[in-house]
Structure formats: C-alpha cells, structure tokens
Ligand binder design. Structure first.
Ligand SMILES: Nc1nc2c(ncn2[C@@H]2O[C@H](COP(=O)(O)OP(=O)(O)OP(=O)(O)O)[C@@H](O)[C@H]2O)c(=O)[nH]1
Ligand SMILES: [Mg+2]
Length: 252
C-alpha cells in the first residue's frame, strides 16, 4: 500500500485524524495505540489535545476531542465549543474522523445522541468517518463479524452510514502493531475513495445551503405551475358555463 499522504488540496504529507465519540469510550487510548506511546491522558475529562507523531512510517497529527455526554436533544455549549475548536486545530480539516465506540450494544439513545452531534458537522461528515471499536480484547472467542451481526438495528444503521468502514482495536495490546497497520491502511483506502479530500465543514455547509436553495426553487416553480394550471382550469370552466348559457338563450 502506498504511504504517500500528499493531498493536492492540502499540500502536506501528514495525515490528520480527529478522534470523536462519547465519553470514556477509549478515544485517547486509540490515539496512544496509534502512536505506540502514552501521548494522551486516559484519566478522564481532558479537553481537546493535539499530538504529532510517526506511526508505522506515517506522519500523523491526531486531535483528541472532549467526549460527548448522553444528551439526546440539546447539546451542551461546552461540547459544541470543544468540537469546533478541535476542528480548527485540524485546519483546513481532518482527513479522517475516527468515531470511537466500545464493542458493546449500541442503543437507540446512543444513536440519537450521535446523530445530534453529527448533524452539527453536516451530512457530508459521514463520507470521512470511520468507526473504531475498542475493547477488542473482550471478544471472548467470538469473531468480530459474529459480534457485529448480533448488534441490532442501530448498529446496522451506523455501519451503513459509515459504508462499513470500521476496525476493532485492543488498546491493551499497544505492542500489537499489526492492528495499527490495518487501521492505517483502511484510512488510506478511505482517503483514496474520497479523492484525497479532507473534511471541510465550510464546504459542506455551503453545499447544504446550495441544495436547500435549489430545493426551494423547485418547490416554488411547481407551486407557480400548479397555480397557472388551476387558473386555466377555472377560465375553461367559466367559458364552458357561458357557452351553455348562450345556447339556452339562442334556442330559447
Ligand atoms: N480492556 C480495554 N480497556 C480499554 C480499551 N480502550 C480503552 N480502555 C480503557 O477505558 C478507559 C477509558 O479510556 P480512555 O482512552 O481514557 O477513553 P476516552 O474516551 O478518552 O475517555 P474520556 O476522555 O475521559 O472521555 C481507560 O481505563 C482505558 O484503559 C480496550 O481496548 N480494552
Ligand atoms: Mg480521553
């Protein structure tokens, strides 16, 4: 696999990763496993942190975000601020967002909480998102596929959203570099699939605005056409009734 991260639109050879996910799912540990050293604190509650390093011959910039809580409707202000500040550290944007979740049941409320956070980043963010399941050491004889197959409809929804881009990590085995190479290769493939484009919130927001402007135009055009049609039909009905009256008068 090629290891050239040169992106024509970025002009850098460093792969920028943004670690996102709920609190205590193993985001910082994933950063540490990737770098092969204790670069991020795992005691809990740390805010946005950026670390540069080399991993398996690849130059990485990893931004670890503040984890989100269970709120499903309104997202706390601090969470939003931390998320946008993390994004700005990846300027002009991360190549890959690693959504870190434990290899456990994925519930409806976890899905809603996730959806609300991803909505802040537009629908386009899913193109650049890959799931990293932690707790790979708890598979207990099951294969990853077996474990995911029994994961239920919400997990199925998530995997579809991410186009089945996922990896399982055991963060307790940081010396296992095969799992790290596998993850880096998968990210590299994903970057190629995206034409080497990084995630740009600014660009996706503008695209969404453009789409909703066009949709509005289509609806308005249809409304104008329907109105015209109705006016024509009313006129025709009037003409027909006048025609009937004339016939009555002339025959009478
Ligand atoms: N057994 C096991 N424990 C893990 C794994 N990954 C993380 N942990 C543990 O889970 C706890 C949380 O890990 P962190 O990496 O700090 O998780 P985080 O998402 O960064 O947590 P916050 O920043 O506090 O939200 C730590 O005690 C880790 O040792 C894993 O793959 N297997
Ligand atoms: Mg952390």
């Amino acid at each position: 696999m090629a290891t050239n991260w040169g992106c024509s639109n970025i002009g850098t050879n460093s792969l920028k990763l943004l670690l996102i996910g709920p609190k205590r799912t193993g985001r910082s540990s994933v950063g540490n496993t990737l770098l092969g050293r204790h670069a991020f604190e795992t005691w809990g509650g740390a805010s946005t942190t950026i670390v540069h390093g080399i991993s398996e011959g690849r130059q990485l910039t990893i931004v670890d975000t503040y984890g989100w809580g269970p709120e499903e409707n309104s997202i706390p202000r601090r969470e939003k601020l931390e998320l946008f500040s993390a994004l700005s550290l990846c300027d002009p944007g991360p190549h890959v967002l690693l959504l870190v979740l434990p290899l456990l049941q994925f519930t409806k409320s976890e899905r809603t909480a996730l959806q609300r956070r991803m909505e802040l980043l537009t629908e386009g963010v899913w193109r650049h998102t890959m799931v990293v399941f932690t707790l790979g050491d708890r598979l207990q004889g099951q294969t990853v596929q077996e474990c995911l197959q029994g994961g239920g409809e919400h997990l199925e929804w998530l995997l579809t959203k991410c186009r089945y881009r996922y990896r399982v990590l055991n963060n307790k085995a940081t010396q296992d570099r095969v799992q790290v190479s596998g993850l880096l290769d998968r990210m590299e493939d994903m970057l190629m699939e995206n034409g080497e484009w990084h995630f740009s919130l600014h660009m996706y927001r503008r695209l969404e605005e453009e789409w909703s402007r066009r949709e509005k135009e289509i609806v308005e055009r249809k409304e104008r056409r329907d109105e015209k049609k109705q006016t024509c039909q009313r006129r025709l009905a009037m003409l027909n009734s006048n025609d009937g009256l004339l016939k009555v008068v002339s025959h009478g």
